[in-house]
Design a protein around this ligand. Structure first.
Ligand SMILES: NC(=O)c1ccc[n+]([C@@H]2O[C@H](COP(=O)([O-])OP(=O)(O)OC[C@H]3O[C@@H](n4cnc5c(N)ncnc54)[C@H](O)[C@@H]3O)[C@@H](O)[C@H]2O)c1
Length: 275
């Protein structure tokens, strides 16, 4: 039997990068997965790839920051796949600037996607989790559910040029610790994984600094200067950036039964690098 057989997972931002690798990994271990992304085509591709590999998945496209999205995401899992056992808050992007040039819009957008959206998704799941945990406790069962919030070394140590992102990624660690205390009685393990440098669209080399990504019609500068990437590779004890699959491995560990007595923790997945 696979480790996550019978479990239902929701993974935000799983059309690309780390989120896609998490969705694929959870599905390969038997979980049924609701795949979300702002961009419908990549989300549909992840679902098609999970199905092609013999798994079960549904799409719930849209922005995690939209009003009502959190409730829709939870409902897709409960009504469409029959439950909700694993919540991975992964969706996001960066929109950097030094503080004197950072607009309110830039600040709010990044806090919304990395901090407020996970809060709203977890709040939307609360009724289902509380109701089912009470039912299971009454039946003498101890069934563990899992929350994994995605953070960053910007959240554990701060990063210049990323006041918005560092604040949001530190905030999600506070949310993780508080909810671990609130939901312990419901047997929910609430943890975070903080990444250093994982090779994805977000961290792709941007020579000349002119690469952009499209976030709901807004062109946002993305990527990291190739010289900075090369320097980071030298600073990472394991000698290179991680792959999305290696990143997904860290999240998977916190979704397995072996992590049932771990809660309120941040796992640093950075090839030995920390700050
Ligand atoms: N790549 C890294 O080195 C690194 C390091 C630390 C933390 N992280 C975190 O890992 C997570 C995944 O990043 P990634 O590197 O895979 O980036 P990525 O750009 O490859 O993938 C992120 C996905 O999230 C989606 N997304 C963005 N905004 C969204 C929204 N409002 N609603 C729904 N989907 C949305 C994007 O469309 C994209 O498909 C992010 O939370 C990021 O902050 C990444």
């Amino acid at each position: 039997m696979k480790k996550l057989e019978g479990k239902v997972a929701i993974v935000s931002g799983s059309g690309r990068g780390i989120g896609r690798a998490i969705a694929m990994k959870l599905a390969s271990e038997g979980a049924k997965v609701v795949v979300n992304d702002l961009d419908t085509a990549p989300a549909e591709q992840t679902v098609a790839d999970i199905k092609a590999a013999g798994g079960t998945a549904l799409v719930c496209a849209g922005s995690v920051t939209e009003d009502g999205f959190a409730e829709k995401f939870v409902k897709t899992a409960v009504d469409g796949l029959g439950g909700l056992d694993i919540i991975v808050n992964n969706a996001g992007y960066t929109w950097d600037n030094v503080i004197q040039k950072m607009t309110d819009e830039q600040w709010n957008a990044i806090i919304d996607v990395h901090l407020s959206a996970p809060f709203k998704i977890l709040r939307a799941a609360a009724d289902f989790i509380r109701f089912n945990a009470k039912k299971e406790a009454d039946a003498g069962q101890e069934i563990f559910r899992k929350v994994v919030n995605i953070s960053s070394i910007a959240g554990t140590g701060g990063n210049g040029g990323q006041a918005n992102y560092s604040a949001a990624k530190a905030g999600v660690l506070g949310l993780t610790m508080a909810l671990a205390k609130e939901w312990g009685r419901y047997k929910v393990n609430v943890n975070a994984v903080a990444f250093a440098l994982i090779k994805t669209r977000m961290t792709a080399a941007a020579a000349g600094g002119d690469a952009t990504i499209d976030i709901a019609g807004r062109k946002i500068k993305s990527g990291i200067n190739p010289d900075v990437l090369a320097m980071m590779d030298r600073m990472i004890p394991l000698g290179r950036a991680g792959t999305p699959e290696e990143a997904a491995g860290a999240v998977y560990l916190l979704c397995t039964p072996e992590s049932n007595y771990i809660s309120g923790q941040t796992l640093l997945c950075g090839g030995g690098f920390s700050m």
